[in-house]
Design a protein around this ligand. Structure first.
Ligand code: COA
Length: 183
């Protein structure tokens, strides 16, 4: 689905536009994913190296599939013609019983962290998820990520439990908290 533009003002007065990343903007998104995953890979599921190898055609296809799916979207935070934050709602196929659950992932470039951008993106995404008919959101966050934990609890996610040693990063197993929000 396509999310319309919403203008927001960050705590530092900077203006950002939140809207869907269109398939024709795949390179902008890849640029963001490479930067944010290089900076914050310990908190994410892949590193920047991975995103550097994804081709433009592959990313266009991913964005086209997301855009064509009900209850799924890729929200971009646009600083002019640059993407500085991304929030995706992903999930299982329309034919499955779990289709009303969306899996949420978010990454914001370091220069824009702590500015209220995460809060604004989460609130806008939750509003659009509700409008789309989605029933449940799910996400996991590393136990050592206080910014992520604070953000999710601030917008009403509930901690379900701990996924022990669920990821292997820099030579060691790390744990995550699982969170959900019923819409
Ligand atoms: C986690 C992330 C999305 C948060 O976004 P953000 O724009 O930094 O968040 P906000 O500025 O809206 O802050 C949200 C809350 O987090 C908390 N917070 C922000 N910075 C913090 C810090 N340095 N330490 C502890 N808590 C912090 C505050 O409680 C804040 O709420 P408040 O503004 O009402 O005080 C962002 O930092 C990010 O993308 N980090 C790297 C990737 C990542 O961790 N993704 C999530 C994976 S699960």
């Amino acid at each position: 689905m396509i999310i319309p533009a919403s203008d927001i003002v960050l705590k530092n007065g900077h203006k950002i536009v939140l809207r869907s990343v269109r398939p024709s903007e795949a390179q902008l998104l890849l640029n963001h994913l490479i930067i944010s995953h290089n900076e914050s890979y310990q908190n994410l599921n892949r590193d920047g190296n991975y995103w550097g190898k994804v081709t433009l055609e592959e990313e266009e296809k991913i964005l086209t599939n997301i855009e064509n799916a009900n209850m799924r979207f890729m929200l971009g935070a646009f600083d002019g013609d640059r993407i500085v934050g991304g929030l995706g709602i992903f999930g299982s196929d329309p034919g499955t019983f779990t289709r009303f659950t969306g899996m949420l992932g978010i990454s914001i470039q370091k220069a824009f962290q702590g500015t209220g951008l995460g809060t604004a993106m989460m609130k806008y995404a939750i509003e659009k998820c509700k409008e789309s008919g989605l029933h449940r959101l799910e996400l996991s966050v590393r136990t050592y990520n206080p910014e992520g934990i604070a953000l999710y609890e601030k917008v009403g996610f509930r901690r379900i439990g701990t996924l022990t040693d669920t990821a292997f990063i820099d030579g060691k197993f790390v744990s995550e908290y699982l969170y959900e929000k019923i819409l």
